[in-house]
Design a protein around this ligand. Structure first.
Ligand code: 13P
Ligand code: SF4
Length: 309
C-alpha cells in the first residue's frame, strides 16, 4: 500500500517545487507558524516580502497583508490559503469616502494604518503599522492637519503619545481588540496579582491605561521575553502564545476573552488551515491580482513608511 503524505509533507514538497516562501503572521495556528520561513508582525512581514527573490509568496495572514506583499514585490505570485480572510478595520473603511475626503481637504495628510485595502492605500499620503505609528505621525510637519484611519483606538493612542491636536480620527475598530472589556482585565489582574499587563494599541483606552507596555505584536513578544517579570496578562490575539512559550518557556502568559467571540482569536486569521495552504501552493490560487495603476499609487505611501526608520 502506498504511504500517503501528510499536508505538512505536501506543503514542504510544494514549497520547494514552487520556489516559494511561507510568511506567517503571529496570529496563525501553531502548525502554520511551525512551517513558516518567517513569522512576524505586519511591518516585519512587509519587509520580508519586499526582499524575497524566489517565485511564490504564500501569505498566511489576512488579505490586506497579502496585497501589501504584492505591491512591494509585484513580479512574484502571491497566494493565500483563504480569500475570505479579511479584517474588520479594512471593512470599516471603504475607498469612496476616503476619496471624497481627499477631494475636499487636499491640504490634509492622510495617514493610513496598514490594515486598509490597497485602494485606500492608493489614496493615502503615508502608511503606518502599530509598530511605527507614533514615529510616522511625528514625521509629519506640525502645521499639517492629519486624517488618521481607520482604527480609532490606535489613532487615540498615537494622539496621546505625540500630543498632536490637529488630527482627525476615523471610527473603525478591530473586532478582536476593541471588544476586550476592562472589567475582565481587572478580574485577570485580581487573579494574577504579580502579572504585568501588555496590550496591542488597538485595545480600548481603559485597557491601554492599565497596561505596563503597549506595542505591536512582535514588540509585545520582545518585551515579555526581555522583561525580568515571570507572569503577564496579554491583551492581544492568543496566537502570540506560540512564540511567547517558545522563547520564554519558564514564564506564564494569561489571555483574556473578548466580548465578540468570548475568546481572543481573530476570526479572519483563523480561517487559514494547513489543507487550504497546501491547495493554494498546488493550484496557485487564491492569488492576489491587482491593477498596475493601483499598485503604483499604493507603493508611494508604503515606501514612504518603509523609509522612516
Ligand atoms: P501588527 O502590526 O502588530 O502585526 O498588527 C496587525 C493586526 O492586525 C493586529 O490586529
Ligand atoms: Fe483585523 Fe483585528 Fe483580525 Fe488584526 S485582529 S486582522 S485588526 S480583525
Amino acid at each position: 500500500m502506498l504511504a500517503t503524505k501528510s499536508p505538512t509533507e505536501e506543503i514542504l514538497d510544494l514549497k520547494e517545487e514552487r520556489r516559494a516562501i511561507l510568511l506567517a503572521h503571529h496570529y496563525q495556528e501553531p502548525e502554520i507558524q511551525e512551517l513558516a520561513d518567517w513569522v512576524g508582525d505586519s511591518l516585519e512581514l512587509a519587509r520580508k516580502a519586499r526582499e524575497f527573490e524566489g517565485d511564490v509568496i504564500a501569505f498566511c495572514g489576512v488579505w490586506f497583508m497579502a496585497e501589501t506583499a504584492k505591491v512591494l514585490n509585484p513580479s512574484r505570485i502571491v497566494v493565500v490559503p483563504d480569500r475570505a480572510a479579511s479584517c474588520s478595520l479594512v471593512d470599516s473603511c471603504p475607498v469612496e469616502p476616503v476619496r471624497n475626503y481627499r477631494r475636499l481637504h487636499s491640504d490634509h495628510v492622510i495617514v493610513s494604518y496598514i490594515n486598509t485595502s490597497v485602494e485606500v492605500k492608493a489614496e493615502s499620503d503615508i502608511l503606518c503599522t502599530s509598530r511605527n505609528a507614533v514615529q510616522i505621525v511625528n514625521s509629519i510637519p506640525a502645521d499639517k492637519t492629519i486624517l488618521f484611519l481607520p482604527d480609532q483606538n490606535l489613532g487615540r493612542y498615537v494622539q496621546q503619545q505625540t500630543g498632536r491636536r490637529n488630527m482627525k480620527i476615523w471610527q473603525g475598530t478591530c473586532v478582536v481588540h476593541a471588544t476586550f472589556p476592562v472589567r475582565r482585565l481587572a478580574a485577570a489582574r485580581a487573579d494574577h496579582p504579580g502579572a504585568l499587563v501588555v496590550a496591542h494599541p488597538e485595545c480600548p483606552p481603559p485597557v491601554l491605561e492599565m497596561a505596563d507596555f503597549v506595542g505591536s505584536t512582535s514588540a509585545i513578544i520582545d518585551w515579555c521575553v526581555r522583561s525580568a517579570a515571570r507572569e503577564f496578562i496579554v491583551m492581544t490575539e492568543s496566537g502570540v502564545h506560540y512564540s511567547l512559550h517558545k522563547l520564554a518557556p519558564e514564564k506564564k502568559f494569561h489571555f483574556v476573552a473578548n466580548e465578540n467571540c468570548n475568546c481572543s482569536e481573530c476570526p479572519y486569521m483563523r480561517m487559514n488551515t494547513l489543507e487550504k495552504l497546501r491547495d493554494a501552493l498546488l493550484n496557485l490560487e487564491p492569488r492576489v491580482d491587482l491593477s498596475e495603476d493601483v499598485m503604483r499609487r499604493a507603493r508611494v505611501p508604503l515606501e514612504r513608511m518603509l523609509a522612516v526608520k
